[in-house]
Design a protein around this ligand. Structure first.
Ligand code: PAF
Length: 276
């Protein structure tokens, strides 16, 4: 595996690989890799001739400076974990990616305005800014993203459509800890007690699948989350899996999912579950 730090070298490498007629898979990350990321990288390895991983803590997608400051940065360990599962790791500085402060303003429509988009103003614009650059530089045939960030995938699909990017966006299933907690780089900020308590998020969502319809599910999840003193619910939204707009009944859409954001102590965790 080769580490690339400059955009110039990234462009030259991607152009050479393409000229050799190889298929290219890409896994954009912000580092602090865990088994969830590694599952994306291994899938990219299986489905493509060449694999690029990017490791870049993108400042323009953080609406909270404290969150950006505390985001774990573990490049050496990340490179060891990737090993030979990727051919190239793009790990640039902020100045390399943004020689000037980016000024693009996107409108990704209704999928962007709800849930994480409403809770974190500017977040998805910042995701669009970086993912567009990465996909335009590498021009992968396929780019892989985890379904824990389900709304992010919807926004990236819309960005790719609006910007005529030819890469296929490949959603990949959530990878969970043995206790059920969705894997996340933020989990390492939980105390051991919080880590165990956080497993209740998935447990409660799983139990809610037994309920007959939206009002009962909504009430059950809100009550059960409120009963755990370490939790503070930011939102629990039951929505159409393609438009991401709220539904009143499971009959309102072909696919329906629940999306949750919970603070466990000081750590903000997201998860989701499919109802149909
Ligand atoms: O999901 C992430 O880690 C980030 O939002 C992404 C897609 C790498 C863009 O910075």
């Amino acid at each position: 595996m080769q580490v690339i730090n400059t955009v110039k070298e990234l462009l030259a490498t991607a152009t050479k690989i393409k000229a050799e007629g190889k298929t290219v898979g890409m896994v954009p990350t912000m580092g602090a890799l865990h088994e969830g990321h590694l599952s994306l990288i291994r899938r990219a390895r299986k489905e493509n001739d060449a694999v690029f991983v990017s490791i870049f803590v993108n400042p323009v997608q953080f609406n909270n400076p404290d969150d950006l400051r505390k985001y774990p940065r573990t490049l050496e360990r990340d490179l060891e974990l990737i090993g030979e599962d990727a051919d190239y790791v793009f790990a640039p500085s902020v100045e390399e990616v943004f020689p000037v402060q980016p000024s693009e303003v996107y409108d990704f429509g209704p999928v962007e305005k709800v849930m994480e988009g409403a809770a974190r103003p500017g977040h998805f614009n910042g995701v669009g800014v970086i993912v567009r650059r990465l996909l335009e530089w590498v021009r992968p045939d396929k780019a892989y993203f985890g379904e824990k960030d389900y709304q992010q995938i919807a926004v990236i699909r819309e960005m790719v459509r609006q910007c005529n990017i030819q890469s296929e966006i490949v959603p990949c299933p959530i990878v969970r800890e043995p206790n059920g907690l969705a894997m996340s780089s933020r989990n390492r900020r939980l105390t051991p007690h919080e880590f165990e308590t956080a497993a209740n998020i998935h447990r409660i969502l799983e139990e809610s699948r037994q309920l007959p319809d939206v009002p009962q599910i909504q009430a059950f999840v809100e009550e059960r989350i409120a009963a755990i003193p370490e939790f503070r619910l930011e939102y629990f939204t039951i929505a159409d899996d393609s438009t991401l707009q709220t539904v009143q009944s499971l009959q309102d859409a072909a696919g329906v999912m629940g999306f949750i954001t919970v603070y466990v102590g000081e750590v903000r965790l997201i998860d989701n579950i499919r109802y149909k």
